[in-house]
Write a protein that binds this ligand. Structure first.
Ligand SMILES: [Zn+2]
Length: 287
């Protein structure tokens, strides 16, 4: 898998925090350039957590992330640019960079005026300019999927950073599963059941979990039928791809709708939050 990194652009008025580099190239030439601080992601860290850790290690500062700027895909991998602010700490070189720093491979953190960016060799210049002009992108599931990160797992790990707080739509949750009303429903009462553990599709799910999720699905289908007075509830799963997160869709069919597979692809409808229905679903599933 390509290397995934996160980098943080930090401004101080009209200056930006960069790491100055002087490095002897293979042919013996000396290259002097600047990079946005940050580095490669470590296991089990979100892009943001990784950025915060890297800045602490290499520049001795505590920062907070305020915005996502964009994704740079190159031969070096995926670089995610964020904007951040310094919360505390005294700027000085640390970590691996400090250990590695020598005459031929030199590191120095410094604030560089924005007005000088065009005259120097800067990796990630476009992203610094974008951030300076407050042109932010939203970190979304397509950006994560491109990097081999499951958006569902990412969202859960980071308390709804992508999809927002979904807790008011959750109708059931235990150690293994979560069931919630789809906010992009194909019918009123459209429910999604998803495993808490990452499986890319049903073929990957162990038998025990499979059995459990189908028992739960049956229960929830009966409850949906009762609460929404639908004529039937259909079930499907169509996860397809490495970064899909296994889930079942429970889609009600009402008496005014035709039977058949058309129900799996009914036009999506606006989601209406119905507190009384949600409470009823929760109560009946618990029983
Ligand atoms: Zn996942």
């Amino acid at each position: 898998m390509a290397r995934i990194s996160s980098r943080v652009i930090i401004f101080n008025k009209d200056k930006v925090l960069l790491m100055f580099r002087r490095k002897k190239q293979i042919n013996g030439d000396i290259r002097e350039y600047y990079v946005v601080p940050g580095g490669g992601c470590e296991n089990n860290q979100t892009l943001e957590q990784n950025a915060i850790r890297e800045l602490k290690e290499e520049m001795n500062i505590d920062i907070k992330i305020t915005n996502y700027v964009g994704l740079d895909i190159s031969d070096y991998g995926f670089a995610n640019y964020f904007v951040g602010e310094i919360e505390s700490g005294e700027l000085k070189l640390g970590g691996e960079e400090k250990l590695k720093s020598n005459e031929d491979n030199f590191y120095l953190p410094m604030f560089v005026p924005i007005s000088k960016l065009n005259d120097i060799d800067v990796v990630g210049r476009d992203y610094i300019i974008k951030a300076f002009n407050k042109e932010f992108e939203k970190l979304n599931n397509a950006i994560l999927t491109d990097q081999g990160i499951c958006p569902t797992c990412y969202d859960r790990k980071f308390n709804g950073i992508l999809y927002g707080d979904n807790s008011k739509n959750i109708i059931y949750r235990d150690k293994y599963f979560e069931a919630f009303l789809s906010t992009n429903p194909r019918a009123r009462g459209h429910v999604i059941i998803s495993t808490l553990k990452h499986f890319k599709d049903m073929m990957e799910v162990d038998d025990k979990t499979c059995k459990k999720i189908f028992k739960l699905a049956k229960k929830i289908m009966c409850v949906i039928k009762e609460v929404y007075k639908s004529e039937s509830v259909y079930l499907c799963t169509m996860c397809d791809g490495l970064n899909n997160h296994f889930h079942l869709q429970l889609i009600p069919r009402y008496d005014y709708e035709k039977r058949g597979s058309i129900n799996f692809v009914k036009e999506r409808k606006p989601y209406i939050y119905e507190k009384d229905k949600i409470e009823k679903l929760r109560d009946l599933i618990k029983k």
